[in-house]
Design a protein around this ligand. Structure first.
Ligand code: CP
Length: 304
């Protein structure tokens, strides 16, 4: 039995296979409409979500399966003090696979230790979000046709942005990747990722506060929201929340084939006047999330 807790749980060959399956689902959806007939997905969301939970549920429904679960901790027995491990163990009696989001880093990993069914980490605190990374990789593949020879700007909240952490881990395994890490000083990428991933693997990167200076060099610009829910101090959030606001005007110096990604939800960091720019990929990216999750569910359930 396989779980997906960290994006590095998947080899690059397995990622290629998932991207290929997702592309085939997009081209031939009917072929997959009964692949998970009789199977059940449980979505255990202890933290809010729109895209991840609903795309997981849509994915299972489009595979012919069923879904059950909860969308907030207050409607589960976690509110009575039940542990994540016990909740998961019990839900494993009712479902064949579980997607879990939790505000505590490591909670899905702890859940996987006693689970009788595959656990998918659907976001754990400010740590990781591997299925968002699969979504991002499918989008990059569809836009660029490759995962190598790319300069990727990651902009915004690099400290708490779990999607950024998982994406860096994933892309660090490909050739000739360069990261431009754009953030306020208070929201820089955690040191463990700098040292254990970028420095250790000799990956080219620069840290800066200036988006405009590096924008012309980027093949991909990955914007992120400042993660209000991870701040201890409201005043700090208010001071930092509008550090970067991408507008159509600011894109004047960017490459014509730049791909602008954002895991969403957005707050102010991309102006709506960018949405009609052909370089804006973030709504296509959200749509891709369903297809790659269909591919992932089939893989973890070992459906042919
Ligand atoms: N990208 C993402 O995780 O969105 P949700 O929080 O809406 O699931």
């Amino acid at each position: 039995m396989r779980h997906l807790i960290d994006i590095l749980d998947l080899s690059t060959e397995e990622i290629d296979e998932l991207v290929s399956t997702a592309s085939d689902i997009i081209a031939n959806p009917k072929k997959y409409s009964e692949k998970c007939h009789g199977k059940k997905l449980a979505t255990l969301f202890f933290e809010p979500s729109t895209r991840t939970r609903l795309s997981f549920e849509a994915a299972m429904l489009e595979l012919g399966g069923n879904v059950l679960g909860f969308s907030e901790a207050s409607s589960s027995s976690a509110s009575k003090g039940e542990s994540v491990s016990d909740t998961t163990r019990v839900v494993g009696c009712y479902a064949d696979i579980i997607a879990m989001r939790h505000p505590k880093e490591g909670a899905p990993m702890v859940a996987s230790l006693k689970s009788s069914v595959p656990i998918i980490n659907a976001g754990d605190g400010g740590h990781n979000h591997p299925t968002q990374t699969l979504t991002d990789l499918l989008t990059i593949h569809r836009e660029k046709g490759r995962f190598h020879d790319l300069t990727i700007g990651l902009c915004g909240d690099l400290k708490f942005g779990r999607t950024v952490h998982s994406l860096i881990l994933a892309l660090s395994r490909y050739q000739n990747i360069r990261f431009v890490l754009i953030s306020p000083d208070e929201l820089k990428l955690p040191d463990y990722l700098i040292q254990d991933t970028l420095v250790k693997n000799n990956i080219s990167f620069v840290e800066t506060t200036d988006l405009q200076e590096y924008l012309p060099e980027l093949d991909i610009l990955y914007m992120t929201r400042v993660q209000q829910e991870r701040f201890f101090n409201e005043a700090d959030y208010i001071r930092l929340k509008d550090s970067y606001v991408l507008t159509r005007e600011k894109l004047a110096d960017a490459k014509e084939d730049l791909s602008i990604l954002h895991p969403l939800p957005r707050v102010n960091e991309i102006s709506v006047d960018v949405d009609d720019d052909p370089r804006a990929c973030y709504f296509k990216q959200a749509a891709n999330g369903k297809y790659i999750r269909m591919a992932l569910i089939m893989k973890l359930l070992e459906v042919e």
